[in-house]
Design a protein around this ligand. Structure first.
Ligand code: ZN
Length: 246
């Protein structure tokens, strides 16, 4: 649906041929799906069951009504994902992997699936900590995983929403224009709009940015400005080779 809308109402002008861009990102998505299914799932699923059985984590310290526990677990997962996202930019060896997501020269729904398998593998201990520290039961984990996937597909998409609709939505959730600013090649713009679900985290941290017109944004990362910099093979090798300063 998003791809059809991107065709009808594009928000930013594409720089690369769509099929080439999307097919490259689908290869990333395949490796990402394999990593999640083979490495992440076998760790986080039993962990969430154990957390529920043994009542570990912050939310199990009080006897909360189950719907409240569920809601707080989803909200706190969203906040701790915000923290993880900041860390992937701030810690150089994590940025080596996260940069693979950011070097995409066009931003669309397929970019939401373009994460290096190494970044996803490195996020497993963090995810385990989120579940154990917060006290996330399996049902809250599953709902959050689905919400995050839908949310990232939506806010990476290159869909031009009516401005009034987007202004209203952006008060609550991350929208395509907001996340477009995070994918700008200007570092001060990249260092904003870190949220993946609710925008309240950026508001609380003073990192919400709404004032950059999409037409003025060059998507990507300085140092990776040509198609030759972001070929499939190069992108996969990126974390393990010398990187230009970004
Ligand atoms: Zn980022």
């Amino acid at each position: 649906m998003l791809t059809a809308l991107e065709r009808r109402r594009p928000l930013r002008r594409a720089r690369e041929a769509k099929w080439r861009h999307v097919s490259r990102n689908i290869v990333f998505a395949g490796a990402a799906a394999a990593t999640v299914n083979l490495l992440e799932r076998p760790v986080v699923e039993p962990l969430a069951r154990m957390v529920q059985r043994r009542r570990c984590g912050l939310l199990y310290m009080r006897r909360l009504p189950p719907p409240l526990h569920f809601m707080l677990a989803v909200v706190l997962l969203d906040y701790t994902l915000f923290v993880w996202h900041v860390l992937t930019h701030r810690i150089p060896w994590l940025w080596r992997f996260h940069v693979v997501h950011h070097v995409d020269r066009d931003l669309d729904a397929s970019t939401a699936l373009r994460f290096h398998a190494g970044e996803l593998a490195l996020s497993i201990p963090w995810r385990a900590m989120q579940i154990a520290a917060i006290g996330v039961p399996p049902d809250a984990l599953h709902v959050w995983q689905n919400i995050v996937l839908l949310s990232i597909l939506f806010h990476h998409s290159n869909v031009e929403l009516p401005i009034d609709v987007e202004r209203l939505l952006a008060r609550f959730v991350v929208t395509p224009r907001l996340h477009g600013i995070h994918h700008s090649s200007v570092p001060e713009e990249t260092n904003s709009n870190w949220s993946s679900g609710l925008t309240v985290w950026d508001s609380l941290h003073g990192t919400l940015r709404l004032d950059v017109p999409q037409q003025s944004i060059t998507i990507g990362v300085a140092g990776y400005s040509t198609p030759a910099d972001v070929t499939l093979a190069k992108s996969f090798a990126l974390p393990f080779i010398a990187q230009p300063p970004t």
